[in-house]
Design a protein. Structure first.
Length: 208
């Protein structure tokens, strides 16, 4: 049985995942609350992997936003790649990524997850969640293959890469990326999607 580390940002996401994992039969999944943001997620994931070197895969899992027209509320997003969308520098000509600056890479690959039905594409990692339609349009113009955004994937991916472990990111859509409208968010729907996906994900990754 492969051992899998699932990293969520907050306890509510972790609880939703745990509710989908049966307590009456063994599984190789550990669910970690890693904190909000890429830095917290990277630190927590690296610490967990250092303390227990027996993991064979790492998954960033939680709720997130979908770009307009890319997915419906309650659907799952699966990363083909994760991009640290605001890691770089501003300039009069526009945003410059760390790749363009020559300081490294803002893009890390992500693997497939058997057993789930998901919208596949790039998931952006941001330090400041998008709250305007103008910002959403800017991100979509720079990353036309992006399907959603969240705040931890790149950090978890970076920690997994340092440990030479496969990485994946799955997000349940709670809102549309754009003008911030907290009343329109469907957190309950997204948490239910996480719960429903937990066991198929665990079984699919454990069988790899």
């Amino acid at each position: 049985m492969n051992r899998i580390l699932i990293v969520a940002a907050v306890e509510a996401e972790a609880d939703a995942v745990r509710q989908g994992l049966p307590a009456d039969r063994p599984h190789g999944v550990t669910v970690l609350v890693g904190g909000v943001g890429s830095a917290q997620a990277a630190a927590a994931t690296s610490r967990a992997l250092a303390l227990d070197p027996g993991y064979e895969a790492v998954l960033s899992m939680g709720i997130g936003g979908a770009f307009p027209g890319k997915a419906e509320l309650g659907e799952l997003l699966l990363a083909r790649r994760v991009v640290a969308a605001d890691l770089g520098a501003d300039s009069p000509a526009g945003f410059l990524s760390v790749d363009e600056l020559g300081f490294g890479t803002s893009t890390l690959d992500a693997g497939r997850v058997p057993g789930i039905d998901a919208v596949v594409g790039i998931i952006l990692t941001v330090n400041t969640a998008t709250g305007t339609d103008e910002r959403a349009a800017e991100l979509m113009a720079r990353h036309p293959q992006a399907v959603g955004e969240a705040m931890e994937g790149y950090g978890v991916a970076a920690a997994a890469a340092l440990a030479d472990l496969p990485f994946a990111e799955v997000r349940a859509v709670s809102n549309v990326v754009g003008k911030r409208d907290r009343a329109a968010w469907q957190l309950g729907l997204a948490f239910k999607a996480l719960t429903a996906a937990a066991l198929p994900i665990a079984e699919g990754l454990e069988a790899c």
